[in-house]
Design a protein around this ligand. Structure first.
Ligand code: G1P
Length: 280
């Protein structure tokens, strides 16, 4: 199984920082966000990963390269190991026109070939015992379906900024009948929001290709292909275990940063005291 990471966006919610630093390289602790997604993939046995990137994002490629000079300046083996590239095939392809997530995924069509793949939006980071991508693969192995990562959100919460799945069946891996992208409050088909991890089967990729052939102008989204496959009975949800941190906009990002640092074994305890002192 191969992995795709969509990292072509402008990161406009983080401007001006993202004029020069790709959003995916903003750190959580000492590692950039995209690194956690790659670790998640490796934890799911996915070792061939295509990053869809764009102009001005060359730093992403550099991050995954070897830094031999820097390694020489570090004297401790564990510090050298920390900057060594991961043991995986990481490839890059640039999206030249910003024509939507569906179009971005199609850039990975040849790379994926006649196989399923896991697609990640690196805004959503997952922490937990079982990597999220692995949980999706497990549902796929059991059902043969395409799989959406789902989170159940409480009644009172506004979920109108998410895709929301129409679901039925089992509480942990329900059947998905369709996805409504950003439904106005009160019209949500369920409380199951779609999180940025998708296991795409060849059926989804073929539906995307068919849709793109008919597409004329504007952004080409992923949703229609998902709905086509869901409507034909080929999609399940995975109500995953573990925690998702949404780093897609500054407020969520800062919450994620604080939360992550509080969990740091070395710095967490004194950081907690510092936060308390700020709030007194
Ligand atoms: C995208 C998807 C949406 C999903 C969300 C998860 O939205 O279109 O269905 O719920 O990611 O983070 P975006 O955040 O790009 O607006």
């Amino acid at each position: 199984m191969k992995g795709i990471i969509l990292a072509a966006g402008y990161g406009s919610r983080f401007l001006p920082a993202t004029k020069t630093v790709p959003k995916e390289l903003l750190p959580l602790g000492t590692r950039p966000a995209v690194d956690y997604v790659v670790q998640e993939f490796l934890g799911a046995g996915i070792r061939e990963i295509l990053v869809i990137t764009s102009r001005r994002k060359r730093a992403l490629e550099d991050y995954f390269d070897r830094e031999i000079e820097l390694e020489h300046t570090l004297n401790r083996p564990e510090r050298q190991a920390a900057i060594r590239p991961v043991d995986a095939g990481i490839y890059f392809r640039r999206q030249q026109t910003m024509d939507g997530t569906g179009a971005a995924v199609l850039l990975a069509r040849e790379f994926v070939g006649d196989d399923s793949c896991v697609l990640a939006y690196p805004d959503d980071l997952h922490f937990g015992e079982v990597p999220l991508a692995r949980q999706l693969v497990e549902v796929h192995t059991r059902t043969g379906d395409a799989v959406l990562a789902l989170e159940t959100r409480p009644e009172q919460e506004d979920i109108s900024r998410y895709g929301v799945a129409a679901t039925d069946g089992a509480a942990s891996d329900p059947k998905v009948r369709g996805v409504v992208e950003k439904p106005p409050t009160g019209t949500e088909p369920s409380r199951h929001i779609v999180v940025g991890r998708y296991l795409l089967t060849t059926e989804v990729l073929r539906a995307l290709e068919r849709g793109y052939a008919l597409h004329t102008t504007g952004e080409f989204p992923l949703t229609e292909a998902l709905n086509e496959v869901a409507g034909a009975g080929g999609m399940s949800g995975c109500v995953f275990t573990g925690e998702r941190l949404d780093t897609g906009e500054p407020d969520g990002y800062y919450r994620a940063v604080v939360r992550h640092w509080l969990q740091d074994a070395r710095h967490g305890p004194s950081f907690r005291e510092y936060l308390h002192s700020l709030l007194e």
